[in-house]
Design a binder for this molecule. Structure first.
Ligand code: ZN
Length: 411
């Protein structure tokens, strides 16, 4: 999806602001001698920005407007060293609420809904984003914040909450508690708006079935407003994202060249109208793809597939970039396989090889199944793995994705 005329014009506005502010990206632009972009080719030459750039700007080095225009800051988690501080202007806060309201509307939520908000409020962007979008929509916010499951369930019953906003793990915990306490008939939930951490299809199905609700995945990150920059519609064909506020590219995480629509790569985001801390070509390290074509809902907003993982998960086998999620997708197409698998990568005789261990029950032809899986990987990804089929129950059980990929090259 190439950048269009209107988006280019907006980028030029942000370039001018960044040059004037002379912050880290303004300096990058100056070094590159860029003051305007005329076309997609120019745009693709713009330098990337990284989380480390944002961290180096701590505390307020990202500020791109005079301080009197900043009305709020948010901060992203500082799991590795300094946090990132993002300043917002009044317009940024309003734009974010408009985008969030649109998310609720795409999920079919109206001003008659009662929205139960469990993400945290505070420096972290989540809770307040759900709140402002809800108020702009005119729905009733029930600003719970996280924790205290007893109180959550009591309020959910007393207030007749119809929409649950939460992380997938908290939604699952609530669903299990509701089942355990036998209070499902007192719960009025119809929809769940769930943060876009990577979550398996199985977990999704469990939450959906236990609570009997429709689920919507919401996308966003603190560096780019926060949650609310995209959501799936009722056709569930990927997350529509707001291309009037953001320009998204998918790039090959190694060559950093944009890939074709439909191909998987790293999501890179440019904010088109953000004032407090505009970002150009920000590398999210989230992996996904743009879904080509149009959604049956008729929306012209393009679609992003579910987040398939992080670029850090990437493996290179025989010169081909591979992500564990791609293997998982292929395994899912074989109904005779269990949901467990293990991927082992090793370096033998000067070559990288991948062994995939999968499970099935005793009634199928192991040798044939092994051949079929290998052929499917070859045709869809481009190299042939060694596939070992074992009996159900042989592979170790683990909730953690990372345990399923063992890279013996570095052991
Ligand atoms: Zn749609």
């Amino acid at each position: 999806m190439k950048i269009n005329e209107r988006q280019l014009e907006l980028v030029n506005g942000r370039i001018a602001a960044l040059l004037a502010a002379d912050n880290f990206y303004g300096k990058k632009l100056k070094e590159a001698g860029v003051s305007r972009v005329e076309n997609a080719e120019d745009f693709e030459k713009l330098p990337f920005s990284e989380k480390s750039d944002l961290r180096d700007a701590y505390p307020l080095g990202l500020m791109t407007v005079p301080e009197e225009e900043v009305v709020r800051i948010h901060s992203s988690s500082g799991t590795t060293g300094l946090p990132v501080i993002i300043p917002y202007t009044k317009k940024d806060v309003e734009d974010w609420a408009i985008m969030f309201k649109r998310c609720y509307e795409y999920a079919g939520i109206t001003n008659k809904d009662r929205i139960h908000i469990t993400p945290g409020y505070g420096l972290w962007t989540a809770g307040i984003g759900f709140q402002f979008g809800c108020e702009l929509l005119g729905a009733m916010a029930i600003p719970m914040g996280p924790g205290n499951t007893d109180k959550q369930l009591q309020m959910m019953q007393d207030m007749g909450s119809t929409v649950l906003c939460s992380t997938s793990s908290y939604a699952l915990l609530l669903a299990e508690e509701i089942a355990k306490r036998g209070i499902k008939d007192k719960i009025k939930l119809k929809k769940g708006v769930i943060g876009s951490e990577r979550w398996g299809e199985k977990m999704r199905e469990r939450i959906k079935n236990e609570l009997g609700i429709e689920l919507y995945d919401i996308y966003g990150l603190t560096e780019i407003y926060g949650p609310g920059i995209g959501i799936n519609c009722k056709y569930d064909t990927g997350m529509h994202y707001w291309d009037d506020y953001l320009y998204l590219e998918i790039v090959d995480p190694v060559t950093l060249k944009p890939v074709e629509d439909g191909e998987m790569g790293e999501i890179v985001i440019t904010t088109l109208v953000k004032e407090g801390a505009p970002l150009i070509r920000y590398r999210t390290h989230d992996l996904s793809r743009i879904i080509p074509g149009e959604c049956p809902c008729g929306s012209k907003h393009p679609r992003l597939d579910v987040i398939m993982g992080r670029t850090d998960d990437m493996m290179k086998i025989k010169g081909v970039n591979v992500f564990p999620s791609q293997i998982e997708e292929i395994l899912k197409t074989f109904p005779e396989l269990s949901s467990e698998y293990q991927i082992r990568i090793s370096h033998l005789d000067g070559k990288d090889t991948m062994r995939i261990y999968v499970e099935t029950n005793g009634s199928v032809d192991f040798a044939q199944l092994s051949k079929d899986v290998a052929a499917s990987v070859k045709s869809k990804i481009g190299f042939t793995p060694l596939v070992k089929v074992v009996e159900v129950g042989v592979l170790p059980r683990s909730e953690k994705k990372s345990k399923r990929v063992i890279d013996e090259r570095y052991e």
